[in-house]
Design a protein around this ligand. Structure first.
Ligand SMILES: Cc1cc2nc3c(=O)[nH]c(=O)nc-3n(C[C@H](O)[C@H](O)[C@H](O)COP(=O)(O)O)c2cc1C
Length: 206
């Protein structure tokens, strides 16, 4: 991590202290910090290890302004030094299935694994595949929020935006699905205290 990073948090500390933050310090995020957050995020698990998540890191002020417009002017986008767009692209994965097969396999095992992917997902429609993709990308979203927090950065995930407009602004194809756009930076506010269900409302032991 870059020397400006605060001490790293444990996973429970990162989860406990993370809140959606909508006001940020006005300073750029060092590239190596963004790379580390995204590296950790990319370690998220996915079905068959398909890793359909893709990221666009928006720091260019003009493009960020257009992203903000597509997101109904949400103020955290204007305030944050960067916005990470997290989407899934299952068609990209389907075109390059061998990329996600483990390199430790023999060529024969790799061929079989590629065939399994083709059999499993090839029979689905593009729309059905997109649902599978976004389910995986949502796992990466959780990792991203916790990884950023753990390394001293605050975030604000957002799904409040016009999907078609956002695709147009970012030059993305129709089949991609957004998991979230995530404002990121050093926090300049505390955010709201957690308000969550008590466990007995949401957990059943059997
Ligand atoms: C997928 C997702 C989409 C969200 N979309 C928005 C949004 O468009 N605008 C916003 O201000 N907050 C958005 N939020 C933030 C939630 O309101 C927030 O996570 C929730 O109220 C819990 O608060 P906390 O994040 O501070 O713990 C979103 C959160 C998630 C996970």
């Amino acid at each position: 991590m870059h020397e400006t990073a605060t001490r790293t948090l444990t996973v429970p500390e990162a989860i406990q202290t993370r809140r959606s933050i909508r006001a940020y310090e006005q300073k750029p995020i060092p590239r190596e910090d963004l790379d580390e957050i995204l590296r950790l995020t990319s370690l998220a698990p996915s079905a068959f290890n398909i890793q359909p998540w893709r990221f666009i890191v928006v720091t260019d002020p003009e493009l960020k302004e257009r992203v903000k417009e597509a997101a109904y002017g949400q103020r955290q986008i204007g305030s944050a030094p960067a916005v990470i767009v997290l989407y899934s692209d299952m068609e990209d994965m389907m075109e390059h299935p061998r990329e996600v097969v483990h390199p430790g396999m023999s060529e024969q095992q790799k061929d079989a694994a590629v065939q399994t992917l083709k059999d499993s997902y090839g029979k689905l429609s593009v729309a059905e595949r997109a649902l599978v993709g976004v389910a995986q990308a949502n796992i990466a979203l959780g990792y991203l929020l916790v990884a950023a927090q753990g390394l001293g950065y605050a975030t604000s995930p957002m799904l409040g935006f016009d999907r078609d407009k956002m695709r147009e602004v970012l030059g993305l194809k129709d089949h991609v699905r957004f998991a979230s756009i995530v404002a990121i930076g050093r926090a300049a506010e505390e955010g709201f205290p957690h308000h969550r269900h008590e466990l007995d409302r949401i957990v059943t032991y059997k």
